[in-house]
Design a protein around this ligand. Structure first.
Ligand code: PEP
Length: 254
């Protein structure tokens, strides 16, 4: 049985104080609890500590995620953040392999694989993103493309507790564009991802790994995705920047 997950990726939005206000607003919206839905917020790195404090003070029912990590423990890696540093401020999740990091910052599947291993060694749950660009979708090669990413991103991973590794399928053409994939489009790829995970890790483990859909998900459309067998939640960008719309998505998943 997989608990649903709604995760908000704030990207490069919200200053420290704006992030605190957003987290406080979300804590208020969700003060009745989130049932069996796991809720995660991923603020920018400089906001993490402030949001961690809100979570603690308000006993808020959501967990803290970073948006990126480096795989080394410490040292001369200017601008990077080590997994142990995330542990120290209470981040229990970390997004890796977002298409913006792959596209703008040249992150490769090999990098993503190293990041996943480093996070898991520190008991931080990776939210590992995959997804195809428009030309691949138009050529009808999206399933093979994503399956290839999954094989590379998971190479050599040892997954003991499948609830501690999360995949987000985000077709690049649907991110921040207002253009959503249909629920059937999402199921086609998420189903293929689960089949691939079963080949790699065995069916039992594959059945415990959450697969989220991301790409212009919002309160009005999230329920349709969640009805699909292999879609276990959503990774939300734009609609996570307002407490009421993000909370509405959590409530739709409950
Ligand atoms: C994202 O950045 O992960 C995302 C899905 O963005 P949006 O919801 O804005 O399309």
């Amino acid at each position: 049985m997989r608990n649903r997950m709604i995760a908000g990726n704030w990207k490069m939005n919200k200053t420290y104080s704006e992030g605190v206000v957003l987290a406080q607003g979300l804590a208020r919206e969700l003060e009745g609890g989130t049932g069996s839905v796991d809720v995660v917020v991923a603020p920018p790195a400089v906001d993490l500590k402030g949001v961690a404090e809100v979570i603690e003070q308000e006993q808020a029912p959501f967990a803290l995620s970073a948006q990126n990590v480096y795989w080394e423990e410490s040292g001369a890696f200017t601008g990077e953040t080590a997994p142990g540093m995330l542990n120290a401020i209470g981040a229990t999740y970390c997004i890796i392999g977002h298409s913006e990091r792959r596209g703008y910052f040249g992150e490769t599947d090999e990098d993503i694989n190293r990041k996943a291993k480093a996070l898991m060694a520190h008991d931080i749950v990776p939210i590992s993103c995959c997804g195809e660009p428009l030309e691949v979708r138009e050529a009808g090669e999206h399933v093979a493309f994503v399956v290839d990413q999954i094989k590379k991103d998971t190479e050599g991973l040892e997954i003991e507790d499948p609830s501690k590794y999360v995949i987000a399928y985000e077709p690049i053409w649907a991110i921040g564009t207002g253009k959503t994939a249909t629920a059937d489009d999402a199921q086609e790829v998420c189903g293929a991802i689960r089949k691939t995970l079963a080949e790699i890790f065995g069916q039992e483990k594959a059945d415990g790994i959450r697969i989220l859909y991301g790409g212009s998900a919002k309160p009005e459309n999230v329920a349709g995705f969640l009805e699909k067998e292999d879609v276990d939640g959503a990774l939300v960008g734009g609609a996570s920047l307002k407490a009421d719309s993000f909370a509405a998505m959590v409530k739709a998943a409950m």
